[in-house]
Design a binder for this molecule. Structure first.
Ligand code: 0O2
Length: 252
């Protein structure tokens, strides 16, 4: 004869299955799935808007100054699992409204530049656009994190234009140099590796911090060389123009 425990467990399973697979639950899931998928699609559109803005700026610079300030652009839409975990960690209600109001990095765009000055130049160009609203600016280049992390973070709002609606969407923009990006990728890997013993973790974190300092100093020197080169080239160009088109007597 089947034990009482087995019978109870069987009963439990049947009850759970009946409840989970009931029409009511199906209705509840599908009723919430569509609005969530729609919201995620809106975030994807916002990413496209901001990415295009950066690509346009890059193109303009390429035409005007014969150089590309942007090395590469990476975009990512936070996974639904990641969003739910963040809501739970922050003790926020599991609602679409709380995702929109409280989670500001559902849409993420990372802009990688060669030189530090380009980071600030691109950020300013973006923020001057009249459809962009700055929500928050965190300068982890001027004020690096304890880990050594450096990047310029902007939380912005950008409108997306739908069939019958103009909808402002939040996007997190991270701007950093190639070297800062290289560092952040390795440090991110270290943070998410669970099996590294605490002692080794401390040692590697210290080593990474020291690399971050070296990287910052190299970035600074490279930026200096770049500025000097640009200045000399601009002066030479001005000289050449003067030689080709001498000013008429009386004009200065
Ligand atoms: P992922 O996988 O990149 O998305 P928040 O937690 O976002 O509400 P917080 O902590 O103030 O608020 O955000 P912050 O500090 O502006 O930075 C958030 C993101 O910046 C992180 O996202 C990382 O991408 C990056 N970041 C911040 N600090 C560090 C760091 O010390 N090391 C590295 N490698 N990256 C960092 P997520 O959600 O942590 O990860």
């Amino acid at each position: 004869m089947e034990s009482v425990e087995n019978q109870l467990s069987h009963l439990d399973n049947t009850m759970i299955r009946d409840k989970l697979l009931s029409d009511d639950i199906f209705d509840l899931v599908s009723a919430n799935m569509l609005p969530l998928k729609t919201l995620m699609a809106y975030y994807q559109c916002a990413i496209m808007e901001v990415e295009t803005k950066f690509r346009v700026l890059n193109e303009e610079f390429s035409l005007q100054y014969d150089r590309n300030p942007i090395e590469s652009i990476k975009t990512r839409l936070k996974s639904i699992e990641g969003i739910l975990k963040k809501l739970r960690r922050k003790n926020l209600p599991l609602t679409l409204a709380s995702i929109e109001q409280e989670i500001r990095d559902v849409a993420g765009i990372r802009v990688i530049c060669s030189f530090k000055e380009d980071i600030y130049m691109l950020a300013n160009c973006l923020l001057e656009q009249d459809d962009i609203t700055l929500i928050e600016r965190k300068d982890y280049i001027e004020h690096p994190k304890e880990s050594g992390y450096r990047s310029l973070h902007l939380i912005i709002e950008v409108p997306i234009f739908l069939q019958n609606e103009k909808r402002p969407m939040k996007v997190e923009v991270q701007l950093r140099t190639i070297a800062m990006d290289f560092w952040a990728s390795l440090e991110h890997k270290l943070r998410y590796k669970k099996n590294i013993p605490a002692e080794q973790l401390d040692e590697l974190s210290r080593e990474l911090y020291s690399c971050a300092e070296n990287i910052a100093s190299i970035d600074e020197r490279m930026n200096g060389i770049h500025i000097q080169m640009e200045r000399t080239l601009a002066e030479q160009e001005a000289e050449n123009k003067k030689k080709k088109w001498p000013l008429l007597p009386g004009l200065s």
